[in-house]
Structure formats: C-alpha cells, structure tokens
Design a protein around this ligand. Structure first.
Ligand code: NDP
Ligand code: GDR
Length: 327
C-alpha cells in the first residue's frame, strides 16, 4: 500500500487529494497545525481514513517527525497562506509559510531520505500568481515570472527551491503551476465562492448585495477535483518536472457574475453588486490564461468540468447549504 503525506490537509485541495489517494488505495497522512484546529472535525468527517499528524510548515522538527511517523512514498506540499489579498497585510508571515515553508519541507525530505534521494517523491503547489504581470499570453512553463504580491513572490521562492533541490540533490521534486481552481469547498474569501454564496443568499432573500473589488480581472478557472488528479499524475512520472495546469480559457469577474446570477434566474445583476476600494489590491494580476499542452501530452491530463458547469455547481451547493442552515 503506497503512503502519502499531505500538508494543507484542511484546505480545499487537501480534501480532494485525500479522497483521490484513498480511492487509489493509499494510506494517507495529513499534517494539521495548531493545538485545536477548528477544521479538525471537517477533515475527520469528510475523509475519516486520513491519519492526522500535528505540525507546522514553519517548524522543521515537526516536519521531520511527520516524515518519520508516516514513512511516505509521496509528499504533497499544499500548505500555504494562500489568500493573495491577505499577503500584503501579512507579508512576512506569508514569506515564512508560503515561501520558507517549502524549503523546510524540502530540507526535511532531503534529511529523511539521505540514503536514497529519490525515496520520496515531492509535489510543490506552485501558482499562476507567479506570472503576475504576464509577459506572455497564454502562460506556459517557460514564461518569465513577474509576481505582483507578497504571496506571488513567496511562491516563486518555493518554485525555484523545488527546482534547485531536484537539480542539486537529484530529488524527485515536481512543481505544478496550477491556475485558479474552485469548488463548493473553496474558502469564502475567494471571489468565486464569495459570489456563489452571496448569489444563493440573495436568491433566498437573506442578503441584498455583494460588495466587490475589480470586476475586470480575468482568470483561468477550473474545478479543484480535476486539478488534484494532475498533481498525482506528476508524481507517477519516471522523471520529475514542472507543469502548467489550466483550462486554456479565461473569464472576467463580470462573466462570473453573469453565470452565477444567471443560475438563479437573475439576468441583470447591476442592482445587487457594489464596488468598494476596500477590495481593490495594491497591484492587480489583470489576466491569467494557461497553456496546459505539456500536462495534456505528457501526463494525459485534461480538465473535465467547464466554467459554467463549475459556477452552477457552486451556486447549487450554496443554495442547499443556505437552505439547510435556515431550517
Ligand atoms: P487553502 O487556503 O484552502 O488551504 C491552505 C492550507 O494550508 C490549509 O490546510 C491551512 O491550514 C494550511 N496552512 C496554512 N498555514 C500553515 C502552516 N503554517 N503550517 C501548515 N499548514 C498551514 O488552499 P487550497 O487548498 O486552495 O490550495 C492548496 C495549495 O495550492 C496552496 O499552497 C495554494 O497556495 C496553492 N494553489 C492554489 C490554487 C487554487 O486556485 N486553489 C492555485 C495555485 C496554487 P489551516 O486550516 O490550519 O489554516
Ligand atoms: P486569486 O483569487 O487572487 O486569483 O488567487 P481570488 O479569488 O481571491 O481573486 C481573483 C480575482 O478576483 C478579483 N476580485 C475579488 N477577489 C476577492 N477575493 N474578493 C472580491 O471581492 C473581489 N472582487 C474582485 C481579485 O482582485 C482577483 O483579480 C487564488 C488563490 O487560490 C491563490 O492561492 C492561487 O495561487 C491563485 O488563485 C492561482
């Protein structure tokens, strides 16, 4: 039975990846931080077979301990401070967790597998935010990185550290440059879930408006359930490498609003949406669109869920959740 250790187990991707690996017969360990993490129950309820180990990306000794206990064949480093807007207000913490945290995991894996550097296969959750002020359209593995936020800068550090450990120590370390991926499990701070939740509440008469930031930004949005499959496929390759994972389609926040409101029969949303500078970012990433050609040809990976289907799925799920909460 192969064994995997996942950091960021309480997050959106941690849950989907756990389900995928458990279904494939893995023994799955998850790193959970804090002495009384509020998401502990959620993980236990959703994926009861996952074995939880306490640890923190900023604490190298906890990572070494987690490796000793779990003895993994594969390590997926999904843990991060992942909300871009928050990263300006907590730039040093973001650098420590999202940036230096990657080095801590790589170093822990290197120390743990000293006898054979390829004993553990490592996945790093890199991000399209590294492209920032995009230097090429669409963005691919070779596109020059130009991050626009402390989060993006921290991810670039983690990305190059992953490549460096592969090149320096011969580790099987891969980096997935994933574009935005969403689901009903997405945190409510991110724009898709903020919109799906608000649209559901407006439809049910529980809320009057949504207060938003920049409506012109464009993103390449896919379904998280599809994207964790690409992570797993990367670690099944004989050689470690870096891959863009994206749909190859881009949509603006306005189009997101069109589809989300449309899903509950509201064609004109202008009266429900208000913009506020509070949600504008000091530097914006205006356009992201990925070229997933390498993932398609090498990994045989393709996204299955399209944009409209994804948004409708999220609105449906939030309608059900809001109805259940009101009961
Ligand atoms: P989430 O924000 O949902 O989850 C982040 C996870 O990181 C949580 O489990 C959180 O735990 C954990 N974490 C935060 N700080 C620490 C720490 N100090 N030590 C250990 N764990 C910590 O992110 P997603 O699931 O959406 O994303 C997974 C990864 O993929 C992240 O690295 C993200 O940056 C990256 N990514 C995501 C994309 C997306 O569109 N979703 C696209 C590209 C990259 P806790 O619950 O305790 O806070
Ligand atoms: P992003 O996701 O920054 O791309 O990072 P987010 O959903 O937060 O923002 C997407 C775009 O929407 C605009 N926007 C708003 N965003 C939020 N959150 N709230 C608003 O009210 C709002 N109004 C407009 C933003 O300005 C932005 O342009 C996500 C995270 O998951 C990262 O961890 C990951 O690396 C990248 O996706 C790929």
């Amino acid at each position: 039975m192969p064994r995997a250790l996942i950091t960021g187990i309480t997050g959106q991707d941690g849950l989907y990846l756990s389900e995928l690996l458990l279904a494939k017969g893995y023994e799955v360990y998850g790193l959970i931080r804090g002495q009384n993490n509020p998401k502990y129950e959620l993980v236990q309820r959703t994926v009861p077979d996952v074995k939880l180990l306490t640890g923190d990306l900023t604490d190298l000794s906890s990572l070494l301990r987690a490796l000793e206990v779990s003895q993994p064949d594969e390590v997926y480093n999904l843990g991060a401070i992942s909300f871009v807007a928050y990263s300006w207000e907590n730039a040093m913490l973001t650098s420590d967790v999202t940036g230096k945290g990657v080095l801590n995991v790589l170093e822990a894996v290197r120390l743990y597998s000293k006898d054979d550097p390829t004993k553990v296969r490592f996945y790093q959750a890199s991000s399209s935010e590294m492209f920032g002020k995009v230097q090429e359209v669409p963005q691919r593995e070779s596109t020059l990185l130009w991050p626009r936020s402390p989060y993006g800068v921290a991810k670039v550090f983690g990305h190059y550290m992953t490549i460096n450990y592969r090149e320096s120590y011969g580790m099987h370390a891969s980096s997935g440059i994933l574009f935005n991926h969403e689901s009903p499990r997405r945190g409510p701070e991110f724009v898709t879930r903020k919109v799906s939740q608000a649209v559901a509440r407006i439809k049910l008469g529980l809320q009057d408006e949504i207060v938003m930031g920049n409506l012109d930004a464009k993103r390449d949005w896919g379904f998280a359930g599809d994207y964790v499959e690409a992570m797993w496929r990367m670690l099944q390759q004989d050689t470690a490498d870096d891959y863009v994972v994206a749909t190859g389609e881009t949509h603006s926040i306005k189009e997101l609003l069109d589809v989300a409101f449309g899903a509950v029969g509201i064609e004109d949303w202008s009266g429900y949406v208000r913009q506020d500078p509070r949600f504008m970012r000091p530097a914006e990433v205006e356009l992201l669109i990925g070229d997933p050609e390498k993932a398609r040809t090498v990994l045989g990976w393709e996204p299955k869920v399209g944009f409209s289907e994804l948004v409708a799925m999220m609105v449906e799920s939030d309608l059900a959740e809001q109805r259940a909460a009101g009961r």
